[in-house]
Design a protein around this ligand. Sequence first.
Ligand SMILES: *Cc1c(COP(=O)(O)O)cnc(C)c1O
Length: 422
Amino acid sequence: MKDETKCLHSGYQPKNSEPRVVPIVQSTTYVYDSTEEVASVFDEPTKSLIYSRFANPTVMAVEEKINALEGGVGAMCTSSGQAASLMSILNICSAGDSFISVSEIYGGTINLFSYTLKKLGIECIFVKSTDSDEVLEKAFKENTKAVFGETIANPALTVFDIERFAKFAHRHNVPLIVDNTFATPILCKPFEFGADIVIHSTSKYMDGHAVQVGGVIVDSGNFDWTNGNFPELCTPDESYHGIVYTETYGKAAYIIKARMQLMRDFGAYPAAHSAFLLNLGLETLSVRMNRYCENAMAVAKYLENCDKVESVTYPGLESDKNYPLAKKYLKGCSGVISFVIKGGREKAMKFMDSLELASNEVHVADIRTCVLHPASETHRQLTDEQLVAAGIDAGMVRFSVGLENIDDILADLDKAFAAVDK
Ligand SMILES: *Cc1c(COP(=O)(O)O)cnc(C)c1O
C-alpha cells in the first residue's frame, strides 16, 4: 500500500459485521475464562491484553498505522512527545552511560537531555550538526550508547544529515534515533537513510487539529543489539522471569522491551480516546502535509520578496543554507517558517498584534495558521544580547502555516506588514 492508503487502512481492518471505524475500547482491563488463561497471558504478554497501562486495542491500531507509515517492525505510543524522547533513551541508557545529540533540537528535548537525564546519571554530549568528522569522533566516549537528531529541527529549521550521522553511529556500534515530528513519514522516512529508531511528538502534524498531546516510538528492527554494547537487551530480564529480548523477540527486541519494561513501570500510555482522535488526524495526514508544504512555500516566497523582512528561514527556498539537504531527504519542507522583521522587537510585536487570521499561540503544526514571537514569549527571560548568542533575533517571528486558502493567509500578512509602520 502507498502512504495515502496506509493512512486510511493500516492498523484496523474490520471483519464481517464489525464497526467500520476503529472502536474506542474504554476499559482498563480484559476478562479471561480461567486462572490458567490469565497465568498464560503473563507468560506471553505480547499475545494477549492484560492492562491498559501498557496496551489497549484502540491505541494498538494507531501504533500499527504509524509503524506501517514509517516502515518499522513495531511502534509504541506514549502520552506525549517528551515521554517518547525520554523512553527512547532510557530503553538503552542507564546511569553511567552517555549519548550524543546534535544541539539543533526542540527546546523541551534540550531541557530533558541536559538537566533531567543528568540527574539520573546519563550524560548528553551536544555537538553541532555542522561539526567536522574529527569533532564528532572526539565527542564519542567509551560509554556512549546512542546518537540523536531531528529531521527538521524545531525551531532552527535545519535539516539533519541522517545518512552521515547513521554512518557515524554505526561505526561505533550504537543506534541513531531520529525525531521525525516536523517531517512526518509523509515527507521523510528516516529508516530508508539508516536511522534505527524514530520518535514523534504526535501532538503536531500527526494529530494536526490541536486536540491532544501524544508521542510514539518506532523500531526499524535493523539494529544488532547483540554487538556487545547492549547487555540489557540480550541477557535475562529479572523483572520478566528471565526473558532475553533478542532471543524471544528477535528484530522487535527494542520496542518490546520498551513496552514490557518501561511502559509497565512508568505507565505513560495514552488513553483510548486520545488514540481515537489521533487516528482521525492520521487518516488525512498525507493530504494535509502536501497542502502545508504548498502553502508554506508560497508564504516563504512572499516573505523573501517583502521589503519589510530582513531574512527568511525555510529549507524549501533555494537561498536557504539547508536547501541541498532538504532536496536529498525531504519530499517537502513542512509548514513552519521563521523570519526576521526589520526594526527588531518592537516592529515584530506590532506585526504579530496586527494579524487577524493567524492566531498568537504557543503551538506549531496546527491546522490553523499560528504565530509565535520567541523573544517576548518562549525566550522572554533572555536579554537581547543573550538572544543573539542563542541564535534568536529580537525581530524573529515563527510562522506555522495552516490549511486556510493561501490568498487569505497572504492578505493577512499584507495587512499586518502595512500596520507595522503606522
Ligand atoms: C513538540 C515537540 C516535542 C515534544 O512533544 P510534546 O508532545 O509536546 O511532549 C518533541 N520534539 C519536537 C520536534 C517537537 O516539536
